[in-house]
Design a protein around this ligand. Structure first.
Ligand code: NAD
Length: 379
Protein backbone atom coordinates (compact mmCIF):
# COMPACT_ATOMS: atom_id res chain seq x y z
CA UNK A 1 0.00 0.00 0.00
CA UNK A 2 2.61 2.55 -1.06
CA UNK A 3 2.63 5.46 -3.48
CA UNK A 4 5.37 7.93 -4.40
CA UNK A 5 6.03 10.81 -2.07
CA UNK A 6 6.86 14.29 -3.37
CA UNK A 7 10.40 15.54 -2.85
CA UNK A 8 9.08 18.31 -0.62
CA UNK A 9 8.57 15.90 2.25
CA UNK A 10 12.13 14.72 2.54
CA UNK A 11 13.35 17.90 4.23
CA UNK A 12 14.66 16.98 7.68
CA UNK A 13 13.42 19.69 10.01
CA UNK A 14 13.73 17.57 13.09
CA UNK A 15 15.64 19.98 15.24
CA UNK A 16 13.16 22.78 14.89
CA UNK A 17 11.08 23.26 17.99
CA UNK A 18 8.07 25.40 17.24
CA UNK A 19 6.20 26.94 20.12
CA UNK A 20 2.64 25.84 20.91
CA UNK A 21 -0.30 27.46 19.15
CA UNK A 22 -1.83 29.04 22.21
CA UNK A 23 -2.40 32.49 20.76
CA UNK A 24 -3.00 34.00 17.38
CA UNK A 25 0.49 35.38 16.88
CA UNK A 26 2.11 32.14 17.84
CA UNK A 27 -0.20 30.29 15.50
CA UNK A 28 0.81 32.43 12.53
CA UNK A 29 4.53 32.13 13.26
CA UNK A 30 4.12 28.47 13.84
CA UNK A 31 2.21 27.90 10.62
CA UNK A 32 4.93 29.50 8.56
CA UNK A 33 7.54 27.41 10.32
CA UNK A 34 5.63 24.23 9.70
CA UNK A 35 4.83 24.73 6.06
CA UNK A 36 8.52 25.12 5.33
CA UNK A 37 10.18 22.14 6.99
CA UNK A 38 8.60 20.29 9.80
CA UNK A 39 8.25 16.74 8.56
CA UNK A 40 10.93 14.27 9.52
CA UNK A 41 11.33 10.89 7.93
CA UNK A 42 14.00 8.89 6.22
CA UNK A 43 12.13 7.50 3.20
CA UNK A 44 10.68 9.13 0.11
CA UNK A 45 7.67 6.89 -0.30
CA UNK A 46 4.18 8.01 0.63
CA UNK A 47 2.74 5.37 2.91
CA UNK A 48 -0.84 4.67 3.77
CA UNK A 49 -0.95 4.66 7.52
CA UNK A 50 -2.09 5.80 10.93
CA UNK A 51 -1.84 9.25 12.49
CA UNK A 52 -0.89 9.02 16.18
CA UNK A 53 -1.42 12.35 17.93
CA UNK A 54 0.65 12.71 21.10
CA UNK A 55 2.85 9.95 19.71
CA UNK A 56 5.97 11.10 21.55
CA UNK A 57 4.37 10.69 24.96
CA UNK A 58 4.27 7.67 27.24
CA UNK A 59 1.41 5.70 25.67
CA UNK A 60 1.94 7.11 22.17
CA UNK A 61 5.57 6.02 21.94
CA UNK A 62 4.64 2.47 22.97
CA UNK A 63 1.88 2.41 20.39
CA UNK A 64 4.20 3.59 17.61
CA UNK A 65 6.78 1.01 18.66
CA UNK A 66 4.17 -1.73 18.28
CA UNK A 67 2.85 -0.37 14.97
CA UNK A 68 6.35 -0.25 13.49
CA UNK A 69 7.12 -3.75 14.81
CA UNK A 70 4.09 -4.93 12.87
CA UNK A 71 5.22 -3.06 9.75
CA UNK A 72 2.37 -0.55 9.94
CA UNK A 73 3.40 2.95 8.79
CA UNK A 74 2.55 5.84 11.07
CA UNK A 75 2.95 9.55 11.45
CA UNK A 76 3.43 11.06 14.89
CA UNK A 77 2.01 14.55 15.49
CA UNK A 78 3.28 16.00 18.75
CA UNK A 79 4.04 19.52 19.96
CA UNK A 80 6.50 18.39 22.68
CA UNK A 81 4.77 20.58 25.23
CA UNK A 82 6.40 21.33 28.57
CA UNK A 83 4.03 19.39 30.84
CA UNK A 84 7.15 17.33 31.51
CA UNK A 85 10.60 17.75 29.96
CA UNK A 86 10.35 17.60 26.14
CA UNK A 87 13.76 15.88 26.04
CA UNK A 88 12.12 12.82 27.59
CA UNK A 89 9.62 12.74 24.71
CA UNK A 90 12.38 13.20 22.13
CA UNK A 91 14.21 10.25 23.70
CA UNK A 92 10.99 8.19 23.64
CA UNK A 93 10.80 8.38 19.84
CA UNK A 94 14.51 8.55 19.03
CA UNK A 95 14.74 4.87 17.96
CA UNK A 96 11.92 5.31 15.42
CA UNK A 97 13.75 7.83 13.23
CA UNK A 98 15.63 5.06 11.44
CA UNK A 99 12.39 3.41 10.34
CA UNK A 100 11.34 4.32 6.78
CA UNK A 101 7.74 3.79 7.85
CA UNK A 102 7.87 6.55 10.46
CA UNK A 103 7.20 10.26 10.03
CA UNK A 104 7.28 12.99 12.65
CA UNK A 105 5.36 16.24 12.40
CA UNK A 106 6.22 18.63 15.19
CA UNK A 107 3.14 20.68 15.73
CA UNK A 108 -0.07 21.36 17.51
CA UNK A 109 -3.34 19.50 17.02
CA UNK A 110 -5.12 22.87 17.16
CA UNK A 111 -3.33 24.12 14.05
CA UNK A 112 -5.03 23.12 10.76
CA UNK A 113 -1.70 23.78 9.01
CA UNK A 114 0.00 21.15 11.17
CA UNK A 115 -2.75 18.66 10.44
CA UNK A 116 -2.31 19.33 6.73
CA UNK A 117 1.40 18.60 7.14
CA UNK A 118 0.50 15.27 8.69
CA UNK A 119 -1.72 14.37 5.76
CA UNK A 120 1.05 15.29 3.32
CA UNK A 121 3.46 13.10 5.25
CA UNK A 122 1.28 10.03 4.87
CA UNK A 123 -2.07 9.03 3.37
CA UNK A 124 -3.95 8.76 6.64
CA UNK A 125 -6.68 6.17 6.96
CA UNK A 126 -7.03 6.09 10.73
CA UNK A 127 -6.29 8.38 13.68
CA UNK A 128 -5.35 7.39 17.22
CA UNK A 129 -5.93 10.59 19.16
CA UNK A 130 -3.81 10.52 22.31
CA UNK A 131 -2.59 14.13 22.43
CA UNK A 132 -3.93 15.87 25.51
CA UNK A 133 -3.07 17.65 28.68
CA UNK A 134 -3.14 14.73 31.10
CA UNK A 135 -3.39 14.75 34.89
CA UNK A 136 -6.19 15.56 37.30
CA UNK A 137 -4.56 17.92 39.79
CA UNK A 138 -2.92 20.30 37.27
CA UNK A 139 -6.25 20.59 35.47
CA UNK A 140 -7.66 22.31 38.56
CA UNK A 141 -4.85 24.87 38.34
CA UNK A 142 -5.13 25.38 34.55
CA UNK A 143 -8.73 24.60 33.55
CA UNK A 144 -8.76 26.84 30.47
CA UNK A 145 -5.63 25.23 29.08
CA UNK A 146 -7.19 21.77 29.56
CA UNK A 147 -10.34 22.92 27.86
CA UNK A 148 -8.37 24.38 24.97
CA UNK A 149 -6.13 21.37 24.31
CA UNK A 150 -8.49 18.54 25.20
CA UNK A 151 -11.81 19.82 23.89
CA UNK A 152 -10.94 22.36 21.18
CA UNK A 153 -8.01 20.14 20.15
CA UNK A 154 -10.30 17.12 19.80
CA UNK A 155 -12.71 19.21 17.71
CA UNK A 156 -9.83 20.05 15.37
CA UNK A 157 -9.00 16.36 15.03
CA UNK A 158 -12.61 15.42 14.31
CA UNK A 159 -12.99 18.22 11.75
CA UNK A 160 -9.75 17.18 10.10
CA UNK A 161 -11.01 13.57 9.92
CA UNK A 162 -14.28 14.72 8.36
CA UNK A 163 -12.60 16.94 5.79
CA UNK A 164 -10.07 14.27 4.83
CA UNK A 165 -12.65 11.49 4.64
CA UNK A 166 -10.93 9.53 7.43
CA UNK A 167 -13.47 7.02 8.67
CA UNK A 168 -11.79 5.47 11.71
CA UNK A 169 -10.64 7.08 14.95
CA UNK A 170 -9.58 5.80 18.36
CA UNK A 171 -9.87 8.32 21.19
CA UNK A 172 -7.99 8.16 24.49
CA UNK A 173 -10.52 8.67 27.25
CA UNK A 174 -10.03 8.03 30.94
CA UNK A 175 -11.38 6.21 33.97
CA UNK A 176 -11.70 9.66 35.56
CA UNK A 177 -15.00 10.16 33.67
CA UNK A 178 -16.66 7.90 36.28
CA UNK A 179 -16.01 10.46 39.05
CA UNK A 180 -16.85 9.16 42.52
CA UNK A 181 -19.36 6.64 41.21
CA UNK A 182 -20.58 4.12 43.79
CA UNK A 183 -21.39 1.47 41.18
CA UNK A 184 -18.49 -0.93 41.35
CA UNK A 185 -16.93 -2.08 39.08
CA UNK A 186 -17.42 0.75 36.56
CA UNK A 187 -19.34 -0.23 33.43
CA UNK A 188 -19.45 1.62 30.14
CA UNK A 189 -23.23 2.06 30.42
CA UNK A 190 -23.14 3.59 33.92
CA UNK A 191 -24.66 7.07 34.08
CA UNK A 192 -21.67 9.40 34.30
CA UNK A 193 -22.64 13.00 34.47
CA UNK A 194 -20.71 13.91 37.62
CA UNK A 195 -17.03 14.42 36.69
CA UNK A 196 -15.09 15.93 39.61
CA UNK A 197 -12.14 17.56 37.83
CA UNK A 198 -11.76 19.71 34.71
CA UNK A 199 -9.60 16.94 33.21
CA UNK A 200 -12.38 14.36 33.66
CA UNK A 201 -14.95 16.76 32.19
CA UNK A 202 -12.77 17.38 29.11
CA UNK A 203 -12.42 13.64 28.51
CA UNK A 204 -16.17 13.12 28.79
CA UNK A 205 -16.71 16.06 26.43
CA UNK A 206 -14.31 14.39 23.98
CA UNK A 207 -16.37 11.18 24.09
CA UNK A 208 -19.56 13.14 23.39
CA UNK A 209 -18.02 14.98 20.45
CA UNK A 210 -16.81 11.65 19.08
CA UNK A 211 -20.36 10.33 19.30
CA UNK A 212 -21.69 13.33 17.37
CA UNK A 213 -19.17 12.87 14.54
CA UNK A 214 -19.77 9.15 14.39
CA UNK A 215 -23.53 9.74 14.19
CA UNK A 216 -23.38 12.53 11.62
CA UNK A 217 -20.65 11.23 9.35
CA UNK A 218 -20.74 7.46 9.85
CA UNK A 219 -17.23 7.30 11.31
CA UNK A 220 -16.07 4.30 13.32
CA UNK A 221 -14.97 5.87 16.61
CA UNK A 222 -13.76 3.84 19.56
CA UNK A 223 -13.31 5.66 22.87
CA UNK A 224 -11.03 3.78 25.22
CA UNK A 225 -11.25 4.60 28.92
CA UNK A 226 -7.72 3.91 30.15
CA UNK A 227 -7.34 3.01 33.84
CA UNK A 228 -4.08 4.36 35.38
CA UNK A 229 -1.46 3.18 32.93
CA UNK A 230 2.09 2.37 34.07
CA UNK A 231 5.25 0.75 32.75
CA UNK A 232 8.53 1.85 31.16
CA UNK A 233 8.52 5.51 30.08
CA UNK A 234 5.57 6.36 32.35
CA UNK A 235 5.10 10.12 32.77
CA UNK A 236 7.47 11.28 35.50
CA UNK A 237 4.79 12.98 37.62
CA UNK A 238 2.56 9.88 37.87
CA UNK A 239 2.49 8.19 41.29
CA UNK A 240 4.35 4.96 40.47
CA UNK A 241 7.18 6.80 38.74
CA UNK A 242 7.40 9.63 41.31
CA UNK A 243 7.30 7.19 44.28
CA UNK A 244 9.98 4.98 42.73
CA UNK A 245 12.25 7.96 42.03
CA UNK A 246 11.89 9.36 45.54
CA UNK A 247 12.20 6.05 47.41
CA UNK A 248 15.28 5.22 45.36
CA UNK A 249 16.79 8.64 46.20
CA UNK A 250 15.95 8.25 49.92
CA UNK A 251 13.51 11.18 49.76
CA UNK A 252 10.09 11.20 51.45
CA UNK A 253 7.01 10.43 49.38
CA UNK A 254 3.76 12.33 49.81
CA UNK A 255 0.55 10.40 50.10
CA UNK A 256 -2.77 12.15 50.04
CA UNK A 257 -5.38 10.80 52.43
CA UNK A 258 -4.99 7.71 54.63
CA UNK A 259 -3.63 5.41 51.91
CA UNK A 260 -6.85 3.46 51.44
CA UNK A 261 -7.72 5.03 48.07
CA UNK A 262 -7.81 2.38 45.35
CA UNK A 263 -6.77 2.30 41.72
CA UNK A 264 -7.06 -0.19 38.90
CA UNK A 265 -3.49 -0.09 37.50
CA UNK A 266 -2.99 -1.22 33.90
CA UNK A 267 0.35 -2.29 32.45
CA UNK A 268 1.31 -0.51 29.23
CA UNK A 269 1.53 -3.66 27.06
CA UNK A 270 -2.06 -4.55 27.99
CA UNK A 271 -3.21 -1.05 27.00
CA UNK A 272 -1.39 -1.31 23.67
CA UNK A 273 -3.03 -4.72 23.05
CA UNK A 274 -6.38 -2.99 23.63
CA UNK A 275 -5.60 -0.12 21.26
CA UNK A 276 -4.44 -2.54 18.55
CA UNK A 277 -7.61 -4.58 18.99
CA UNK A 278 -9.70 -1.41 18.63
CA UNK A 279 -7.81 -0.54 15.44
CA UNK A 280 -8.47 -3.96 13.99
CA UNK A 281 -12.18 -4.01 14.94
CA UNK A 282 -13.98 -0.84 13.83
CA UNK A 283 -17.53 -1.17 15.17
CA UNK A 284 -19.33 2.16 14.77
CA UNK A 285 -19.29 4.26 17.94
CA UNK A 286 -18.06 2.29 20.96
CA UNK A 287 -16.85 2.92 24.49
CA UNK A 288 -14.58 0.44 26.25
CA UNK A 289 -12.92 0.26 29.66
CA UNK A 290 -9.31 -0.87 29.46
CA UNK A 291 -8.08 -1.84 32.93
CA UNK A 292 -6.86 -4.92 34.77
CA UNK A 293 -10.22 -5.21 36.59
CA UNK A 294 -8.60 -5.32 39.98
CA UNK A 295 -8.07 -2.64 42.63
CA UNK A 296 -4.92 -1.96 44.61
CA UNK A 297 -4.78 0.36 47.63
CA UNK A 298 -2.17 3.10 47.77
CA UNK A 299 -0.58 1.42 50.79
CA UNK A 300 -0.23 -1.86 48.88
CA UNK A 301 1.12 -0.08 45.82
CA UNK A 302 3.90 1.44 47.92
CA UNK A 303 4.67 -1.98 49.40
CA UNK A 304 5.08 -3.45 45.89
CA UNK A 305 7.48 -0.66 44.95
CA UNK A 306 9.44 -1.03 48.21
CA UNK A 307 9.79 -4.74 47.61
CA UNK A 308 10.99 -4.30 44.01
CA UNK A 309 13.49 -1.61 45.04
CA UNK A 310 14.56 -3.42 48.23
CA UNK A 311 14.16 -0.14 50.08
CA UNK A 312 11.64 1.30 52.57
CA UNK A 313 9.68 4.48 51.81
CA UNK A 314 9.68 7.53 54.07
CA UNK A 315 6.01 8.49 54.03
CA UNK A 316 4.55 11.94 54.63
CA UNK A 317 0.76 12.01 54.85
CA UNK A 318 -1.08 15.01 53.44
CA UNK A 319 -4.79 15.84 53.20
CA UNK A 320 -6.82 14.37 50.35
CA UNK A 321 -6.64 16.39 47.12
CA UNK A 322 -9.69 17.89 45.44
CA UNK A 323 -10.40 16.19 42.12
CA UNK A 324 -8.91 12.82 43.18
CA UNK A 325 -11.48 10.02 43.03
CA UNK A 326 -11.69 7.50 45.89
CA UNK A 327 -11.40 4.43 43.71
CA UNK A 328 -11.29 3.20 40.13
CA UNK A 329 -12.25 -0.31 39.12
CA UNK A 330 -12.93 -1.42 35.55
CA UNK A 331 -15.52 -3.92 34.44
CA UNK A 332 -13.80 -5.20 31.29
CA UNK A 333 -16.37 -7.76 30.19
CA UNK A 334 -17.39 -5.65 27.16
CA UNK A 335 -13.76 -5.28 26.01
CA UNK A 336 -13.22 -9.02 26.56
CA UNK A 337 -16.26 -9.82 24.45
CA UNK A 338 -15.91 -7.35 21.57
CA UNK A 339 -12.15 -6.72 21.47
CA UNK A 340 -10.91 -10.06 22.76
CA UNK A 341 -9.04 -7.93 25.33
CA UNK A 342 -7.30 -10.04 27.94
CA UNK A 343 -4.87 -8.21 30.24
CA UNK A 344 -1.95 -10.39 31.26
CA UNK A 345 0.37 -8.33 33.47
CA UNK A 346 -0.86 -8.17 37.07
CA UNK A 347 0.63 -5.58 39.41
CA UNK A 348 2.89 -8.22 41.05
CA UNK A 349 4.65 -8.64 37.71
CA UNK A 350 4.26 -5.10 36.39
CA UNK A 351 5.88 -3.20 39.26
CA UNK A 352 9.13 -5.24 39.12
CA UNK A 353 9.19 -4.67 35.34
CA UNK A 354 8.77 -0.94 35.86
CA UNK A 355 11.44 -0.82 38.58
CA UNK A 356 13.84 -2.80 36.41
CA UNK A 357 13.39 -0.24 33.60
CA UNK A 358 13.82 2.63 36.09
CA UNK A 359 17.08 1.21 37.49
CA UNK A 360 18.46 0.55 33.99
CA UNK A 361 17.65 4.11 33.02
CA UNK A 362 19.42 5.43 36.14
CA UNK A 363 22.44 3.26 35.36
CA UNK A 364 22.52 4.46 31.76
CA UNK A 365 22.33 8.10 32.88
CA UNK A 366 25.11 7.51 35.41
CA UNK A 367 27.30 5.92 32.71
CA UNK A 368 26.62 8.85 30.39
CA UNK A 369 27.58 11.26 33.17
CA UNK A 370 30.79 9.32 33.82
CA UNK A 371 31.77 9.22 30.17
CA UNK A 372 31.12 12.95 29.67
CA UNK A 373 33.17 13.65 32.83
CA UNK A 374 35.90 11.41 31.39
CA UNK A 375 35.70 13.31 28.10
CA UNK A 376 36.03 16.62 29.95
CA UNK A 377 39.05 15.37 31.89
CA UNK A 378 40.81 14.08 28.78
CA UNK A 379 40.25 17.20 26.63
P1 NAD B 1 1.75 12.09 27.76
O1 NAD B 1 1.67 13.47 28.34
O2 NAD B 1 2.99 11.30 27.97
O3 NAD B 1 1.44 12.14 26.20
C1 NAD B 1 0.64 13.15 25.61
C2 NAD B 1 1.41 13.70 24.42
O4 NAD B 1 0.58 14.67 23.77
C3 NAD B 1 2.70 14.43 24.82
O5 NAD B 1 3.80 13.91 24.09
C4 NAD B 1 2.43 15.89 24.48
O6 NAD B 1 3.61 16.58 24.04
C5 NAD B 1 1.39 15.76 23.38
N1 NAD B 1 0.55 16.95 23.27
C6 NAD B 1 -0.06 17.63 24.28
N2 NAD B 1 -0.75 18.67 23.79
C7 NAD B 1 -0.59 18.64 22.44
C8 NAD B 1 -1.05 19.47 21.39
N3 NAD B 1 -1.82 20.54 21.63
N4 NAD B 1 -0.70 19.16 20.12
C9 NAD B 1 0.11 18.09 19.86
N5 NAD B 1 0.58 17.27 20.83
C10 NAD B 1 0.23 17.54 22.11
O7 NAD B 1 0.47 11.32 28.34
P2 NAD B 1 0.11 9.77 28.31
O8 NAD B 1 0.14 9.27 29.71
O9 NAD B 1 0.87 9.07 27.26
O10 NAD B 1 -1.43 9.86 27.89
C11 NAD B 1 -1.85 9.73 26.54
C12 NAD B 1 -3.36 9.90 26.47
O11 NAD B 1 -4.00 8.93 27.29
C13 NAD B 1 -3.86 11.26 26.97
O12 NAD B 1 -4.96 11.64 26.17
C14 NAD B 1 -4.33 10.97 28.37
O13 NAD B 1 -5.30 11.89 28.80
C15 NAD B 1 -4.87 9.57 28.22
N6 NAD B 1 -4.89 8.80 29.47
C16 NAD B 1 -3.71 8.44 30.05
C17 NAD B 1 -3.75 7.70 31.23
C18 NAD B 1 -2.49 7.26 31.93
O14 NAD B 1 -2.60 6.63 32.99
N7 NAD B 1 -1.30 7.55 31.40
C19 NAD B 1 -4.99 7.33 31.80
C20 NAD B 1 -6.15 7.74 31.17
C21 NAD B 1 -6.10 8.45 29.99
Amino acid sequence: MRARLGEALSAPGRHQRPSGATNCKATVRFTILLTTSSVTGTGKELFVGILVTGGAGFIGSHLIERLLQEGRPCVCLDNFDDFYPPDIKRANIEPFHTSPEFRLVEGDIRSPACLQQASKAMKITTIVHLAARAGVRPSILHPLLYHEVNITGTMHILEFARQEGITQLVFASSSSVYGNSDRIPFREDDPIDRPISPYAATKRAGELLCHTYSYLYGMHITCLRFFTVYGPRQRPEMAIHAFTRRIHAGEPIHIYGDGTSQRDYTFISDIIDGVMAALDRPQGYQLFNLGESRTVTLVDLIAYIEEALGKKALVQKLPEQPGDVRRTYADISKARRLLNYSPSVPIEKGIPLFVEWFLNMKQRDANKGQSSQHARLTV
